[in-house]
Ligand binder design. Sequence first.
Ligand code: ATP
Ligand code: ATP
Ligand code: MG
Ligand code: MG
Lengths: 185, 185, 194, 194
Amino acid sequence: SRERFGEVFERISEHFAGRDGMFRKLFGGGRAEIRLMPLIKEVQTDQGIQKVQTDEIDLLESGIEIIAKPPGKEPRSINQLSGGEKTLTAVALLLAIFKSKPSCFCILDEVDAALDDANVDRYCSVVRDFASSSHFIVITHNKRTMQAADRLYGITMQEKGVSKRVSVRFDQVKTDGSIKPSALK
Amino acid sequence: SRERFGEVFERISEHFAGRDGMFRKLFGGGRAEIRLMPLIKEVQTDQGIQKVQTDEIDLLESGIEIIAKPPGKEPRSINQLSGGEKTLTAVALLLAIFKSKPSCFCILDEVDAALDDANVDRYCSVVRDFASSSHFIVITHNKRTMQAADRLYGITMQEKGVSKRVSVRFDQVKTDGSIKPSALK
Amino acid sequence: MRLSKLTLSGFKSFADRTQFTFDQSVTGIVGPNGCGKSNIVDAIKWVLGERSSKSLRGKEMIDVIFAGSAGRKPLGLASVTLTFDNPIIAQDASDSHHDKTSGHALENGVTWATTKRRTLPIDAEEVDVERKLFRDGTSHYLINNKRVRLRDIRELFLDTGVGADAYSIIEQGKVDAMLLSNPQERRTIFEEAA
Amino acid sequence: MRLSKLTLSGFKSFADRTQFTFDQSVTGIVGPNGCGKSNIVDAIKWVLGERSSKSLRGKEMIDVIFAGSAGRKPLGLASVTLTFDNPIIAQDASDSHHDKTSGHALENGVTWATTKRRTLPIDAEEVDVERKLFRDGTSHYLINNKRVRLRDIRELFLDTGVGADAYSIIEQGKVDAMLLSNPQERRTIFEEAA
Ligand SMILES: Nc1ncnc2c1ncn2[C@@H]1O[C@H](COP(=O)(O)OP(=O)(O)OP(=O)(O)O)[C@@H](O)[C@H]1O
Ligand SMILES: Nc1ncnc2c1ncn2[C@@H]1O[C@H](COP(=O)(O)OP(=O)(O)OP(=O)(O)O)[C@@H](O)[C@H]1O
Ligand SMILES: [Mg+2]
Ligand SMILES: [Mg+2]
């Protein structure tokens, strides 16, 4: 229903773009916004049917636009952001949605691949915040992210083509995530 | 023309899937293959037009299928490979094409993002092989790849929103690629 | 409600029975390229009712059954079980929705305070959700070892945010997908949370 | 023929004139997220004749001109120059194709041996390829400071493997694109190398 969507949209927008929202937490500043876009309607004109931009916003029909302004930069459309900036913006939005309707677990598969270490640290601290109320399962090759986990499972294919699980401590993982032979005993 | 494409296809196939080809170099073994696919033709039947698989191969029309078999695993279609295995297979094929018609430079933008360290090392050694005859420009966050470069340029935004180039030595780069303040003097 | 265990057997590269316990807040999964990390994510999507083999990176659904390796023959069955803790939670008088699921007819106001309530509408401390697939194509869903339909699994997790294509699972390489989609498609993610 | 220098000025986040020298075999480019590394790749694609603003991550072509920052005003011009070394290479008698481009009419067999030949069909040790765009939309291509058309740039690099969408430029996040495309689309990359 319209009211329900309106409420949820406001909540997500606050969790994403608010002063203490996910965007500012992950970027260490800057500003973001999600907007409902005015509807485009098909209108009969003397040249046939044309698409016309109206200024009407409909909670049940309008598309959603995302505006992201990393600290110190002019507001950009999503396309002009860098690879790492796009990843961070997407993570901020997904965690804002998660925050407005938490589920008991969340899985992140190599989400930190494009991030530099300063951003990985902020990503990890945000994940740690959330983990107080839900389980987070984080797949990663990044040493810093591994350090942020409470428990580590290593997956090996000592027998080619067959995956085995080993419990590992942080110091038993090599810099790339492969498991030191000492842990496989 | 048909002959020309046939020749190039053979050459690329050898550079990609041959005994000393790129695939085996990057995976440290295994087997790969590129095949021209039989044509699918539209045939008039009593139920209307149907697509029928023929066994005819046409050098100018047929699509190209890629088969990749990492060491110790059953041959898989490309879809079933892991993220890192897909990246390696794609790099092997692109460098095989580059080898069959080298150009004076090649740019690789964070191609190593999904790779673990063992694969990054193989990737770097393959790039070094090629670099004896062409210039390679490699953008990376990975320390190991940085070490494989002859010269490093750091890009900073000390003045927010404005990119500046600094020449850096390897030891002036922090683990994530951001430049130590000492290099910015 | 908490996620407590995941058990795989014969699913993709996990030929042998393998169990993951989730008793800590953040669980990290590490290992070299191609060792089977993303297969774990596929297993969780699959047991929660994923029906597209393409989104499990296969051509047909039987591609999820262990297909053999250099030293092993293919298996005939893939099975994945997801275990949730489903403790009794305090029942407050204002929440009338759940009483319908735990089956207590409301005779008069007095029974409110004593009704036991759990997040998942099943009266058990632990809930096992299992999916099995045999090589001949036969497929079963089970809740606490009782066969059910996919619809029952969907109803079980209604309004909990748990599901095969929920926003709570970010697959490898797909983190940007939400940004790159068009403004209309973005609505669906928002609507899921409504 | 060797790539020797890249000069950017007013192109995307490179507001000031910035030069990169490529005198070593492998040049690494490093820096934090969003600092401008991929903008360098866009600059190279742009000067080689890229015409789609979308593939340069913008909405319209003037998005490549420095759009201002917290402390600077937008600029009115973007300019990128790519410099190649174009030395004389030994001319062997069997290679008749290139003589056409260096403009020597073949009078008789004797002149073969003495004709100088360079990889790029321009008689100069260094070749500068430049592209400029003004905020009013005016756009110029230049070779060694002489205005040319885009077609001339394309002809200059014919058969060298150098081009805006050649297989020799792998953009960020697009390494898998060739694998994920359909079998027909894959042909185009192979045909480029033919
Ligand atoms: N049915 C199956 N039987 C056996 N092996 C399978 C099956 N399906 C997929 N695999 C194997 O699983 C491997 C992929 O595993 P996965 O994608 O989980 O790797 P990963 O650990 O995520 O690696 P990366 O770090 O590169 O992302 C492939 O090599 C594939 O051969
Ligand atoms: N016309 C322009 N004027 C000023 N800045 C611009 C312009 N176009 C793009 N930018 C800025 O350039 C930045 C993107 O740079 P780029 O994509 O090169 O980053 P990167 O170093 O590759 O980062 P990553 O490591 O995350 O991939 C964006 O933050 C964007 O704001
Ligand atoms: Mg993976
Ligand atoms: Mg980049």
